[in-house]
Design a protein around this ligand. Structure first.
Ligand code: C2O
Ligand code: CU
Length: 469
């Protein structure tokens, strides 16, 4: 199985001028039932991901891919009833939300929701921003089958004169006929490399959608990377967008992007603000190799006067650097393994095993010499304690480290102190990079810490931290 750039562009090229696969290229909005709970019912549904290809069966929330957008105001309650129409267990995780632990939807906090069963999630959202939801069981298969959707938390004072547009990015691994590649699920070789990288790109479930917007409005583009493993390099041609938030959290100083792109790892989000204007906009994935056009934004109507007013920072959610970072001895998290990683062996369920046996048990990666979930947490914190973790990527691959229930402030990269970097819940590390992060461990409970490349997570890159009640 080769996941070359060639197959990526061949399939993409075959699409030519993409036809819409039906419906509007915008994310459907969720509606609440009479008891105040929004129902998310999982069902199987045939979809045409490749307009000229065959239909393929996706797994959907309410028949839609992406699942319906859940939109609330900051500090409001989210009430969602998950109804599992699959024939395998599932659960729902609210990615990036500083949530109460029991509602986190991870195997550390709840039992699987069996086929035919339901689970009610009810929680408040302390931070405005762009978030998303996805299963946290059999994630590699379930997310790749289309189970994900946006969770948008509006600011207390929403931006005025701004069209709010959610762009859910995914890349799928498809067969030549357009059906989902089933053979690659569980492929340990793929997991030991970059994970399940796709060959077909969609935005809001469609190939190269055209999204209509008004020239007289600024645009707030909420980019969400829902891919299993693909690091995306978004670039907006036709404008100089201003990045105003990363992983939901406002940037202290918005950053104007001219030609540059940025890495958006799996699970990560970026909010871009675009000034009013008539220019046609093209969203590009500018990874290595040929840049790929993935969506178009058509702007119609009058743009009005030139839009020159400064783009201000969003109101902060109140996250502040915790006290005494320098005096805390960092907890090291050494990431090892994978192809070309030279890993000799690791601990597996309490036993030292060699590489061959690791692989036979479906493992390819390790954190601090341990493959897969540990009984003991990586670290235990008193409530409110300053946590400092140093990620050390000793592998030949990039990774997207995701912490549940908290956001992390990068304070040091490769030994160099950093100031004013964005808070992250999903932090990209390049090969050989080390990044020190700090945060106040102020949310009690058991919180997963793992690579968000779902195949890496499933084959070893998983641990957790404990915050005392
Ligand atoms: Cu978005 Cu532990 O996951
Ligand atoms: Cu990884």
């Amino acid at each position: 199985m080769t996941m070359s750039r060639r197959s990526f562009t061949t399939l993409a090229g075959a699409n030519g001028a993409a036809l819409l696969s039906g419906g509007l290229p915008v994310v459907m909005q969720a509606r609440a039932a009479t008891d105040g709970f929004t129902e998310l019912t999982i069902s199987r549904k045939p979809f045409k991901l490749v307009p000229e290809g065959k239909e393929t069966e996706l797994w959907t929330y309410n028949g839609a891919c992406p699942g319906p957008e859940i939109r609330v105001k900051r500090n409001e309650k989210v009430r969602v009833r998950l109804i599992n129409g699959l024939d395998e267990p599932t659960m729902l995780h609210w990615h990036g939300i500083r949530i109460e632990n029991a509602m986190d939807g991870s195997p550390l906090t709840q039992n699987p929701v069996a086929p035919g069963e339901t689970f009610d999630y009810e929680f408040t959202v302390p931070d405005a921003g762009t978030y998303w939801y996805h299963p946290h069981l059999g994630s590699s298969r379930q997310v790749e089958h289309g189970l994900y959707g946006p969770l948008i938390v509006e600011e207390d004072a929403p931006l005025e004169g701004v069209a709010d547009i959610t762009l859910v990015l995914d890349d799928w691994l498809l067969n030549e006929d357009g059906t989902l590649n089933q053979k690659a699920f569980g492929n340990i070789g793929m997991a030991a490399h970059g994970g399940r990288l796709g060959n077909w790109f969609t935005v809001n479930g469609q190939s190269r959608p055209r999204i209509k917007t008004a020239a007289g409005q600024r645009l707030r583009l909420r980019l969400i990377n829902c891919a299993n493993a693909r690091v995306m390099y978004p670039q907006l041609r036709g404008a100089e967008p201003v990045m105003i938030a990363m992983d939901g959290q406002p940037l202290e100083k918005p950053v104007t992007l001219r030609d540059e792109t940025f890495a958006l790892g799996p699970g990560g989000r970026a909010d871009l603000l675009v000034r009013r204007g008539n220019d046609e906009l093209t969203l590009v994935h500018a990874g290595r190799g040929e840049p790929l056009e993935v969506a178009y934004l058509d702007r119609t109507g009058e743009a009005g006067d030139p839009d020159t007013t400064e783009i201000e920072a969003l109101a902060s959610n109140g996250l502040v650097a915790p006290a005494g970072i320098e005096s805390v001895k960092p907890v090291e998290l050494v990431m090892e393994g994978g192809a070309m990683g030279g890993l000799q062996g690791a601990k597996l369920r309490g036993r030292d095993v060699g590489m061959r046996e690791l692989v036979q048990n479906g493992m390819a990666w390790a954190f601090n010499g341990v493959a897969g979930m540990t009984e003991e947490p990586l670290a235990s914190y008193k409530r409110g304690e300053t946590a400092v973790i140093e990620f050390v990527n000793k592998t030949a691959w990039p990774h997207a480290m995701h912490l549940h229930g908290h956001h992390m402030l990068p304070v040091e990269i490769d030994g160099k102190p950093q100031q004013g970097l964005a808070w992250r819940d999903t932090l990209m590390l390049d090969p050989d990079q080390r990044i020190k992060v700090a945060f106040a461990a102020d949310n009690p409970g058991k919180w997963m810490l793992h690579c968000h490349m779902l195949e890496h997570q499933e084959t070893g890159m998983m641990t957790w931290v404990d915050v005392e009640a």
